[in-house]
Design a protein. Structure first.
Length: 486
């Protein structure tokens, strides 16, 4: 080996150690960077000359490659539900508005942002750098030009749309016999007068309950349901009503209820019916009729309503100002088949026992608009919105991507990566499914840098750097001795 080679060997060692020092410095600088992956420098020797006697001789070292350690880091708990971590394989998919390709990352510091170019009333799930998290939109809103099956920017609706009441459920016990005994009163529909205040006098019924309902605009109104015992001891009549002044149901001539100066007699009376019980206090039959505009009803078999063959329930119409009448079914907890036979007993049902009249259960399925108050994110990436109206609605699902060769991923700013041809096949899926890890909410993956190991490597690199510099000074002294020979 020539003295000339000695100096170049030392110089190559200095260059290699400088590169290693830079990588170690990068690792130490990013020890607190979310999802940062430790960088490792790989060296190789250089053989550029040969001698017949000794064969190939070394000409120093060079950096062969710089690779990343993609092992999972530890997890830290946060207070933000949109902070996400992956406990296993996979990358979040990101769209950068400045890039023409999809980026991939494990940094889950996501935030909700309302942008002017997004559909009105929606929030985008984004990174702090302004990249859009990709996934499926499972709610009632999607990106323009996309279908719900297309992967795109995740959108979360800030408002839960209202839902009109379609089913009213009521289970109660009507006392048999009533206490105290009451005098016989006219039928409830006959005592009802939409123009009067109150429309039904207190001495006209034995029991009354109230259920809050909603129309298709989210307007709340009270359904008042009155009950009274008929001349038959095992038969009770009922009348479903609401405030007569709110009644805007459509008429056959194109007009509406309350088009005049005062409400009509039948305004607000939505459904009249009879509950027929057997000797054991169980409901064995149910009949219902619509109350006409003038309130003049003949409750006979000819005018009796037929129940829905699917639900075996009677329905009534209501309208508080919508373009078309809305419909809701009334469920007393007992359904009947086409032959009028009661279905198997439901624990929450209407009865006629000799105990005080009381409501066992009441409810309906409508709701007013609600504002987004909170989110919950499941291990498979499903995002559920929690709204002020009590609704929990599935809004979107975060999609994950994976590659066969992680070393083919090119780092970019913002803790993200680009994929080149060397990254291998792209696989897209959901969290906690197949090879993909679980998505953890309120968590972040911290750097996998081992700081103690970095300091040890740093000291070793410094010593090796000094040793290589010493070989250069030694070669220089030999050169100096040769020059001084006479």
């Amino acid at each position: 080996m020539s003295i000339h080679n000695m100096m170049f060997n030392g110089m190559s060692g200095l260059n290699s150690m400088s590169s290693n020092m830079a990588m170690l410095g990068e690792n130490i600088a990013n020890v607190n960077t979310v999802s940062y992956k430790n960088v490792r420098t790989v060296f190789q020797n250089v053989l550029t000359s040969s001698q017949e006697r000794f064969g190939e001789t070394g000409n120093g070292s060079t950096v062969d490659s710089i690779s990343k350690d993609f092992r999972n880091g530890s997890f830290e708990t946060t207070t933000r539900v949109t902070d996400l971590a992956l406990s296993g394989q996979g990358f979040f998919m990101l769209r950068d508005p400045l890039e023409s390709e999809t980026l991939y990352g494990r940094d889950g510091q996501f935030r909700l942002r309302e942008l002017p170019d997004s559909p009105e009333g929606t929030f985008n799930l984004m990174t702090p750098e302004g990249r859009y998290v990709q996934g499926l939109n499972l709610g009632s809103v999607v990106n323009p030009g996309q279908s719900p099956d297309d992967i795109g920017d995740i959108l979360l609706r800030g408002i839960s749309l209202p839902k009109a009441t379609e089913t009213v459920k009521l289970a109660l016990n009507l006392e048999n016999p009533p206490r105290p005994p009451e005098k016989q009163t006219p039928p409830l529909f006959a005592g009802w007068d939409g123009a009067a205040t109150p429309p039904l006098a207190e001495d006209q019924y034995s029991y009354q309950t109230k259920i809050e309902a909603f129309d298709d605009q989210g307007r709340a109104f009270d359904l008042n349901i009155y009950f009274d015992q008929t001349a038959s001891g095992d038969e009770w009549e009922f009348l479903v009503t609401h405030d007569p002044g709110l009644d805007r149901r459509l008429l056959n001539d194109g007009g509406r209820y309350n088009d005049g100066e005062t409400p009509e007699k039948g305004a607000g009376a939505l459904l009249y019916g009879k509950l027929i019980f057997d000797q054991t206090g169980e409901l064995r039959d149910l009949a219902a009729w619509n109350v006409p505009l003038d309130g003049e009803l003949v409750p006979d078999e000819e005018s009796r309503l037929t129940f829905d063959p699917t639900s075996s329930l009677y329905s009534f119409s209501y309208n508080l100002g919508s373009e078309a009448d809305l419909s809701a079914t009334l469920d007393f907890g007992t359904t009947f088949d086409t032959e009028g036979l009661a279905a198997p007993y439901n624990p929450l049902r209407t009865t006629n026992y000799a105990v005080q009249s009381t409501v066992i259960y009441k409810g309906q399925d409508g709701f007013a608009p609600g504002k987004l108050q909170d989110l919950s994110i499941k291990p498979d990436g499903t995002i559920v919105g929690h709204y002020s109206n009590g609704q929990q609605i599935v809004q979107a699902q975060v999609m994950l991507a994976d590659h066969t060769n992680y070393q083919g991923l090119i780092p970019t700013s913002g803790n993200a990566y680009k994929a080149n041809d060397q990254a291998g096949e792209l696989v897209i899926g959901t969290g906690d499914n197949g090879t993909f890890g679980k998505i953890l909410s309120n968590s972040l993956e911290i750097s996998n840098v081992d700081l103690a190991r970095e300091f040890v490597d740093l000291n070793m690199t410094q010593r090796i750097f000094q040793a290589n510099s010493k070989s250069i000074t030694t070669a220089d002294e030999i050169f100096d001795t040769l020059i001084r020979l006479k």
